[in-house]
Design a protein around this ligand. Structure first.
Ligand code: ADP
Length: 250
Protein backbone atom coordinates (compact mmCIF):
# COMPACT_ATOMS: atom_id res chain seq x y z
CA UNK A 1 0.00 0.00 0.00
CA UNK A 2 1.32 3.42 -0.95
CA UNK A 3 0.60 6.79 0.61
CA UNK A 4 -0.13 9.24 -2.21
CA UNK A 5 -0.75 12.98 -2.08
CA UNK A 6 -2.82 14.32 -4.98
CA UNK A 7 -2.80 18.08 -5.53
CA UNK A 8 -5.38 19.63 -7.78
CA UNK A 9 -5.03 23.18 -9.09
CA UNK A 10 -7.62 25.87 -9.58
CA UNK A 11 -7.37 25.59 -13.37
CA UNK A 12 -8.61 21.99 -13.20
CA UNK A 13 -11.49 22.69 -10.82
CA UNK A 14 -12.83 25.93 -12.30
CA UNK A 15 -13.74 26.98 -15.81
CA UNK A 16 -15.29 30.32 -16.78
CA UNK A 17 -15.67 31.18 -13.09
CA UNK A 18 -17.78 28.05 -12.50
CA UNK A 19 -17.00 24.70 -10.92
CA UNK A 20 -16.16 22.28 -13.73
CA UNK A 21 -17.61 18.77 -13.92
CA UNK A 22 -13.97 17.61 -13.90
CA UNK A 23 -14.46 17.43 -10.10
CA UNK A 24 -16.81 14.46 -10.68
CA UNK A 25 -14.12 12.50 -12.53
CA UNK A 26 -11.55 13.46 -9.91
CA UNK A 27 -13.70 12.17 -7.04
CA UNK A 28 -14.42 8.89 -8.86
CA UNK A 29 -10.67 8.43 -9.45
CA UNK A 30 -9.74 9.21 -5.82
CA UNK A 31 -12.27 6.70 -4.51
CA UNK A 32 -10.81 4.05 -6.81
CA UNK A 33 -7.24 4.95 -5.79
CA UNK A 34 -8.15 4.86 -2.08
CA UNK A 35 -9.12 1.17 -2.34
CA UNK A 36 -5.50 0.03 -2.51
CA UNK A 37 -3.64 3.11 -1.27
CA UNK A 38 -3.78 5.84 1.34
CA UNK A 39 -4.88 9.05 -0.33
CA UNK A 40 -4.49 12.68 0.80
CA UNK A 41 -6.00 15.39 -1.39
CA UNK A 42 -4.58 18.91 -1.44
CA UNK A 43 -7.16 21.08 -3.13
CA UNK A 44 -7.05 24.67 -4.28
CA UNK A 45 -10.19 26.42 -5.46
CA UNK A 46 -11.56 28.15 -2.34
CA UNK A 47 -11.06 31.64 -3.82
CA UNK A 48 -12.79 30.55 -7.04
CA UNK A 49 -15.69 29.10 -5.06
CA UNK A 50 -16.02 32.32 -3.02
CA UNK A 51 -16.07 34.40 -6.19
CA UNK A 52 -19.18 32.58 -7.40
CA UNK A 53 -20.98 34.23 -4.42
CA UNK A 54 -19.36 37.64 -4.07
CA UNK A 55 -17.50 39.60 -6.75
CA UNK A 56 -14.70 41.16 -4.69
CA UNK A 57 -11.65 42.57 -6.47
CA UNK A 58 -9.20 39.66 -6.49
CA UNK A 59 -6.14 41.84 -6.97
CA UNK A 60 -6.39 42.77 -3.26
CA UNK A 61 -4.92 40.11 -0.96
CA UNK A 62 -7.36 40.67 1.94
CA UNK A 63 -10.22 40.32 -0.54
CA UNK A 64 -8.75 37.05 -1.75
CA UNK A 65 -8.51 35.82 1.85
CA UNK A 66 -12.14 36.81 2.39
CA UNK A 67 -13.14 34.98 -0.80
CA UNK A 68 -11.25 31.90 0.38
CA UNK A 69 -13.11 32.09 3.69
CA UNK A 70 -16.45 32.26 1.86
CA UNK A 71 -15.43 29.59 -0.65
CA UNK A 72 -13.78 26.99 1.60
CA UNK A 73 -17.05 25.58 3.04
CA UNK A 74 -18.67 25.77 -0.41
CA UNK A 75 -15.83 23.79 -1.96
CA UNK A 76 -15.96 21.25 0.88
CA UNK A 77 -19.70 20.89 0.31
CA UNK A 78 -19.09 20.14 -3.38
CA UNK A 79 -16.57 17.45 -2.45
CA UNK A 80 -18.73 16.05 0.35
CA UNK A 81 -21.85 15.51 -1.80
CA UNK A 82 -19.78 13.78 -4.47
CA UNK A 83 -17.78 11.54 -2.11
CA UNK A 84 -20.97 10.60 -0.26
CA UNK A 85 -22.25 8.88 -3.41
CA UNK A 86 -19.45 6.37 -2.85
CA UNK A 87 -19.92 6.29 0.95
CA UNK A 88 -16.48 7.85 1.22
CA UNK A 89 -15.89 10.03 4.28
CA UNK A 90 -13.68 13.08 3.82
CA UNK A 91 -12.24 15.57 6.30
CA UNK A 92 -11.02 19.15 6.12
CA UNK A 93 -7.49 20.05 7.20
CA UNK A 94 -6.32 23.67 7.01
CA UNK A 95 -2.56 24.11 7.29
CA UNK A 96 0.10 26.68 6.56
CA UNK A 97 3.63 26.06 5.37
CA UNK A 98 4.97 27.54 8.63
CA UNK A 99 3.11 24.88 10.65
CA UNK A 100 5.83 22.55 9.36
CA UNK A 101 8.54 24.79 10.90
CA UNK A 102 7.38 23.61 14.31
CA UNK A 103 8.24 20.03 15.16
CA UNK A 104 5.43 19.87 17.71
CA UNK A 105 2.76 21.16 15.31
CA UNK A 106 3.99 18.87 12.55
CA UNK A 107 3.80 15.90 14.92
CA UNK A 108 0.28 16.87 16.09
CA UNK A 109 -0.90 17.12 12.49
CA UNK A 110 0.82 13.89 11.44
CA UNK A 111 -0.69 11.91 14.32
CA UNK A 112 -4.14 13.13 13.32
CA UNK A 113 -3.55 12.34 9.63
CA UNK A 114 -2.48 8.79 10.63
CA UNK A 115 -5.84 8.30 12.40
CA UNK A 116 -7.76 9.53 9.36
CA UNK A 117 -5.83 7.33 6.93
CA UNK A 118 -6.11 4.26 9.15
CA UNK A 119 -9.87 4.72 8.95
CA UNK A 120 -9.81 5.07 5.13
CA UNK A 121 -10.87 8.71 5.29
CA UNK A 122 -9.54 11.05 2.60
CA UNK A 123 -8.21 14.27 4.19
CA UNK A 124 -8.73 17.35 2.04
CA UNK A 125 -5.99 19.87 2.79
CA UNK A 126 -5.88 23.55 1.90
CA UNK A 127 -3.86 26.48 3.07
CA UNK A 128 -5.41 28.29 6.05
CA UNK A 129 -5.77 31.53 4.10
CA UNK A 130 -7.03 33.53 7.11
CA UNK A 131 -3.54 33.55 8.61
CA UNK A 132 -1.21 32.67 5.74
CA UNK A 133 -1.17 34.15 2.28
CA UNK A 134 1.79 32.45 0.57
CA UNK A 135 -0.25 30.07 -1.50
CA UNK A 136 -3.05 32.42 -2.56
CA UNK A 137 -0.53 35.04 -3.59
CA UNK A 138 1.99 32.69 -5.10
CA UNK A 139 1.97 28.94 -5.41
CA UNK A 140 -1.64 27.76 -5.41
CA UNK A 141 -0.76 25.02 -2.89
CA UNK A 142 2.16 23.64 -4.90
CA UNK A 143 4.58 24.13 -1.99
CA UNK A 144 2.07 23.08 0.68
CA UNK A 145 1.48 19.81 -1.18
CA UNK A 146 5.23 19.10 -1.29
CA UNK A 147 5.52 19.70 2.47
CA UNK A 148 2.46 17.50 3.04
CA UNK A 149 4.13 14.71 1.07
CA UNK A 150 7.40 14.90 2.96
CA UNK A 151 6.22 15.59 6.53
CA UNK A 152 3.30 13.16 6.42
CA UNK A 153 5.63 10.52 5.05
CA UNK A 154 3.89 9.91 1.72
CA UNK A 155 5.57 7.98 -1.08
CA UNK A 156 4.84 10.50 -3.77
CA UNK A 157 3.15 13.72 -4.78
CA UNK A 158 0.94 13.82 -7.85
CA UNK A 159 0.19 17.30 -9.20
CA UNK A 160 -2.83 17.44 -11.49
CA UNK A 161 -2.69 20.49 -13.71
CA UNK A 162 -4.06 21.89 -16.96
CA UNK A 163 -0.98 20.56 -18.72
CA UNK A 164 -0.12 16.89 -19.33
CA UNK A 165 3.45 17.11 -18.02
CA UNK A 166 6.64 19.15 -18.03
CA UNK A 167 7.92 20.24 -21.44
CA UNK A 168 11.41 21.36 -22.41
CA UNK A 169 9.89 24.82 -23.04
CA UNK A 170 6.44 26.37 -22.59
CA UNK A 171 4.18 24.39 -24.97
CA UNK A 172 1.70 27.28 -25.14
CA UNK A 173 4.42 29.37 -26.79
CA UNK A 174 6.52 26.77 -28.57
CA UNK A 175 4.81 24.29 -30.92
CA UNK A 176 7.88 22.06 -30.96
CA UNK A 177 8.14 21.74 -27.18
CA UNK A 178 8.76 18.15 -26.12
CA UNK A 179 7.24 16.37 -23.14
CA UNK A 180 9.84 15.17 -20.63
CA UNK A 181 8.76 11.76 -19.34
CA UNK A 182 11.36 11.31 -16.61
CA UNK A 183 13.27 14.12 -14.91
CA UNK A 184 16.11 13.52 -12.44
CA UNK A 185 17.42 17.06 -12.24
CA UNK A 186 15.60 20.35 -12.82
CA UNK A 187 16.99 22.42 -15.70
CA UNK A 188 17.81 25.87 -14.20
CA UNK A 189 16.59 27.49 -17.46
CA UNK A 190 13.05 26.21 -16.79
CA UNK A 191 13.15 27.78 -13.32
CA UNK A 192 13.25 31.17 -15.01
CA UNK A 193 9.94 30.66 -16.84
CA UNK A 194 7.71 33.71 -16.29
CA UNK A 195 4.79 32.97 -13.94
CA UNK A 196 1.80 32.89 -16.27
CA UNK A 197 -0.76 30.49 -14.91
CA UNK A 198 -3.66 29.98 -17.26
CA UNK A 199 -6.69 30.47 -15.15
CA UNK A 200 -7.14 33.93 -13.67
CA UNK A 201 -7.79 32.49 -10.23
CA UNK A 202 -4.65 30.38 -10.47
CA UNK A 203 -1.42 31.67 -9.02
CA UNK A 204 1.10 28.90 -9.56
CA UNK A 205 2.53 28.42 -13.01
CA UNK A 206 5.19 25.84 -13.79
CA UNK A 207 7.94 27.31 -11.57
CA UNK A 208 6.20 26.63 -8.25
CA UNK A 209 5.67 23.03 -9.43
CA UNK A 210 9.36 22.72 -10.27
CA UNK A 211 10.26 24.08 -6.84
CA UNK A 212 8.09 21.41 -5.27
CA UNK A 213 9.80 18.78 -7.43
CA UNK A 214 13.22 20.11 -6.41
CA UNK A 215 12.32 19.95 -2.71
CA UNK A 216 11.01 16.39 -3.02
CA UNK A 217 13.93 15.15 -5.15
CA UNK A 218 16.32 16.39 -2.44
CA UNK A 219 14.31 14.46 0.14
CA UNK A 220 14.34 11.30 -1.99
CA UNK A 221 10.62 11.43 -2.81
CA UNK A 222 8.92 11.17 -6.19
CA UNK A 223 6.62 13.60 -7.92
CA UNK A 224 4.37 13.00 -10.93
CA UNK A 225 2.93 15.87 -12.97
CA UNK A 226 -0.05 14.99 -15.17
CA UNK A 227 -3.26 16.32 -16.63
CA UNK A 228 -6.23 16.91 -14.33
CA UNK A 229 -8.42 17.57 -17.39
CA UNK A 230 -8.07 14.07 -18.74
CA UNK A 231 -7.25 11.53 -16.02
CA UNK A 232 -6.23 8.73 -18.42
CA UNK A 233 -2.48 9.14 -17.84
CA UNK A 234 -2.61 9.43 -14.06
CA UNK A 235 -4.98 6.44 -13.80
CA UNK A 236 -2.74 4.40 -16.05
CA UNK A 237 0.34 5.33 -13.97
CA UNK A 238 -1.11 4.90 -10.48
CA UNK A 239 -3.69 2.17 -10.96
CA UNK A 240 -2.28 0.06 -13.82
CA UNK A 241 1.41 0.86 -13.23
CA UNK A 242 1.93 1.94 -16.85
CA UNK A 243 3.69 5.23 -17.50
CA UNK A 244 2.23 6.55 -20.77
CA UNK A 245 2.35 10.33 -20.46
CA UNK A 246 2.91 12.70 -17.54
CA UNK A 247 6.30 13.62 -16.07
CA UNK A 248 7.89 11.53 -13.34
CA UNK A 249 10.43 13.38 -11.21
CA UNK A 250 12.62 10.86 -9.40
P1 ADP B 1 -2.61 24.73 -12.26
O1 ADP B 1 -3.61 25.82 -11.98
O2 ADP B 1 -3.23 23.48 -12.76
O3 ADP B 1 -1.72 24.50 -11.07
P2 ADP B 1 -0.81 26.48 -13.78
O4 ADP B 1 -1.55 27.28 -14.79
O5 ADP B 1 -0.41 27.11 -12.50
O6 ADP B 1 -1.66 25.16 -13.50
O7 ADP B 1 0.56 25.89 -14.44
C1 ADP B 1 0.59 25.15 -15.63
C2 ADP B 1 0.91 26.05 -16.84
O8 ADP B 1 2.32 26.38 -16.87
C3 ADP B 1 0.73 25.36 -18.17
O9 ADP B 1 -0.60 25.37 -18.62
C4 ADP B 1 1.63 26.15 -19.13
O10 ADP B 1 0.92 27.20 -19.75
C5 ADP B 1 2.67 26.78 -18.20
N1 ADP B 1 4.04 26.36 -18.56
C6 ADP B 1 5.10 27.21 -18.73
N2 ADP B 1 6.23 26.54 -19.04
C7 ADP B 1 5.92 25.21 -19.08
C8 ADP B 1 6.69 24.00 -19.33
N3 ADP B 1 8.00 24.01 -19.60
N4 ADP B 1 6.03 22.80 -19.26
C9 ADP B 1 4.71 22.76 -18.93
N5 ADP B 1 3.94 23.87 -18.69
C10 ADP B 1 4.53 25.09 -18.76
Amino acid sequence: MKRIVIKVGTATLYQNEKLSNRIDNLVEFLVELNKKNEVILVSSGAVGAGYTKLKLDKSDVSNKQALASIGQPLLMKEYKIRFEKYNQIVSQVLLTASDFDSRKRTENAKNMIEVLLKNKIIPIINENDAVAIEEIVFGDNDQLSAYTTYYFNADMLVILSDIDGLYDSNPKENKNAKLLKVVNKIDPKLMETPCNPNDKFATGGIVTKLKSAQFLLKKGKKMFLASGFDLTDVKSFLIDGVHKKGTLFQ
